[in-house]
Design a binder for this molecule. Sequence first.
Ligand SMILES: Cc1cc2nc3c(=O)[nH]c(=O)nc-3n(C[C@H](O)[C@H](O)[C@H](O)COP(=O)(O)OP(=O)(O)OC[C@H]3O[C@@H](n4cnc5c(N)ncnc54)[C@H](O)[C@@H]3O)c2cc1C
Length: 377
Amino acid sequence: MAKRVVILGAGFGGLELSTILSDELGEDADVTLIDKGDAFVFGYSKLDLMFGRKTPEAVRLPYSDFAKPGVRLIHETITAIDPEGRRVSTDGGEYEADILVVALGADYDLEATPGLAEGGNEFYSVAGAERLRDLIPGFTEGRAVVGVCGAPFKCPPAPSEAALLLHDHLSERGARDACEITLLMPLPSPVPPSPQTSEALLTAFAERGIEFVPGARITSLDAGRGVVLLEHGSEVPYDLFLGVPKHRAPDVVLASGMAEDGYIPVESRTLKTRFPGVYAVGDVATVGVPKAGVFSEGAARVVAAEVLADLARGDQPAGYDGLGSCYIEFGAGRVGRVDVDFLSGPKPTGTFQAPSSALVAEKENFGSSRRARWFGR
Ligand SMILES: Cc1cc2nc3c(=O)[nH]c(=O)nc-3n(C[C@H](O)[C@H](O)[C@H](O)COP(=O)(O)OP(=O)(O)OC[C@H]3O[C@@H](n4cnc5c(N)ncnc54)[C@H](O)[C@@H]3O)c2cc1C
């Protein structure tokens, strides 16, 4: 009899895992994939939305297009997870699993940064990016602050990309000379595992007059005075704040007792939690890799291989390698790439590929290949 695989979350991890199981098992698969949303949106599309480069309709991939043999995609909100019993409650029913995979991503905690919700804006959600798309055209003078409110955060290069794309946007409107751009980052450099990538970004910032403040710990925003408050009492004035909110695991995960220090601990090579038959992949887990789709997807591939081995349909995988490549928008229509290796050596390493038009096409292919594979279009 087929094992009942229940996958929580149809993001990068959940989509890849269920696609592989469907490809390999077809109608023999017994996969239930649950998500509260009605469409998938690539993380980087939020930058396209924020700068008006794409419309919301163009970046939405409706789950109604996700049709895979052996996979039931359920549009419900998960309200409770019992990892010991491998049982899941939603606003529409109850599900029991032989193999349970938690791929619920990371949520945003705006309240953790007082003043952010009232006096700032965030560009890490679709709604936040859309709000900024409407605000940015009205910003014609003063200081824009791109501020990261806490680590870990998704896609470490994204705030740097936002600062560079904002530079382009203001330049195209002839407003750049009247504006300053500051990037406040809690990390010591833009992309710590790759000094070469960080150096290239710092050079790009210097060429464009973008101020980069490493190690900046934002404690709150005072909208009345228009200042960002940092740890140790310093202040940074702002007229437009483009924020990356603090992240945390979704409430339903925190309430399940699976999380420690905010996220679900897993054995990095196997993605197994301490609960038998329960895995966690992607941003919701502490794997030892950054929070990025490409890592969620890589981890999902390992879990897929483990599930198939468990069903005697394949060999045990070698283990998750923690390798991933991220594309970085440098502005002026150019894209660079960083290849990072988080698990094979004593410390993470990364190599950099300078921005080029070939990499623009490669990034485009990264998105279109997944769109075709998951959504058939
Ligand atoms: C601006 C920006 C740029 C980015 N750029 C890149 C990039 O270039 N490359 C890259 O690899 N990554 C990038 N990322 C990061 C990437 O989007 C995430 O790391 C990735 O989506 C994580 O995948 P996941 O499967 O772990 O979680 P997610 O893709 O977040 O999926 C989690 C799913 O769980 C669902 N869910 C959550 N709670 C519940 C619930 N209670 N009930 C039901 N469903 C629920 C959500 O609706 C969601 O669909 C970027 C992110 C941002 C914000």
